[in-house]
Design a protein around this ligand. Structure first.
Ligand code: SAM
Length: 290
């Protein structure tokens, strides 16, 4: 089985103040690394609800957490819609964790189409049971929207130049490698990273409507938490981090619903960054319900 090393594990547990009998929501359960630790630290009677859009990841997490019996329950779906459903533990969580992005399992599975290091279909859906693939998205999207997505989510340089190229070429590219090779002919290399890196990120975020989902979830988070309950957000690039930071100052602070626990983001220590390359861009912010 593919390993996914949970990022900022110790720090996130400490800030969530996980304790026996507590009830926690892991909004992005993935392979269950953070959930496992929550269940250990909330023993003997704490509970964790784990959400994931990816049914395969959820199945693996459920298998890994089986020994905790009914202390763990899983929900398949988008965390953005979790508050629309009125059943369950709503309003009663001591802590909520969001660990954004994709897991190593998703990235390394060629059939999911997230990575151009491995040849795979132009898919990129976190939930392969619904929604449009990256291929469908590129065939239907308007030039204006695509340019905005590349600029905003991917911070892609030369987005204007790339848009007509992507929209014209999409029918010729069969897979992720074809697309990445084509991009590298149009975009100059930026430092060490492949020119397609940010384009793939922007496409993934568009296909999965990631920023829209995060904004919607943040609107509802205060309703999920008990007073004094905490939200921990781990993000991996500036667009998501900025969204959380602005949401706090524009909405929560103004309405006095959540207070900031961490003034500057918490980042992984030297040892974690050395052991887990994926952790290097991680930033964690923590808020508390008033
Ligand atoms: C970085 S991984 C989480 C890893 C997890 N913390 C662990 O320790 O194994 C992110 C997971 O969140 C899921 N995900 C991302 N956006 C989501 C959303 N809007 N709703 C539900 N799940 C989402 C992805 O499918 C992925 O499995």
């Amino acid at each position: 089985m593919i390993e996914h090393q949970p990022v900022l594990l110790e720090e996130s547990m400490r800030f969530l103040q996980v304790h026996p009998g507590g009830i926690y929501l892991d909004a992005t359960v993935g392979l269950g690394g953070h959930s496992y630790e929550m269940l250990i630290r909330s023993s003997p009677d704490g509970k964790v609800v784990g959400i994931d859009r990816d049914p395969q990841a959820l199945e693996m997490a459920a298998e890994r957490l089986r020994s905790f019996g009914n202390r763990f329950s899983s929900v398949h779906g988008n965390y953005a819609g979790y508050c629309d459903d009125t059943s369950g533990e709503k309003g009663g969580f001591n802590g909520v964790l969001i660990d954004l992005g994709v897991s190593s399992f998703q990235l390394m599975e060629p059939s999911r189409g997230f990575s151009f290091q491995r040849e795979g279909p132009l898919d990129m859906r976190m939930d392969p049971t619904q929604g449009q693939t990256a291929f469908d998205y590129l065939r239907k999207v308007s030039p204006e929207e695509l340019e905005e997505r590349l600029n905003d989510a991917g911070e892609v340089r030369f987005a204007k130049k790339l848009v007509p190229f992507l929209l014209k070429g999409i029918d010729h590219w069969q897979n992720t490698k074809d697309l990445a090779n084509a991009i590298s002919k149009v975009l100059p290399r930026r430092g060490k990273s492949h020119p397609a890196t940010r384009v793939f990120l922007a496409l993934r975020m568009a296909v999965n409507q990631e920023l829209e989902g995060l904004r919607k979830f943040l609107e509802h988070v205060p309703d999920l938490l008990k007073p004094g309950g905490r939200l921990v957000i781990i993000s991996f690039h500036s667009t998501e981090d900025r969204l959380a930071k602005r949401f706090f100052s524009d909405v929560w602070k103004t309405m006095s619903v959540m207070k900031r626990v961490t003034k500057s983001p918490v980042i992984p220590g030297w040892e974690e960054r050395k052991k887990n390359a994926r952790s290097r861009s991680a930033k964690m912010r923590v808020y508390e319900k008033q």
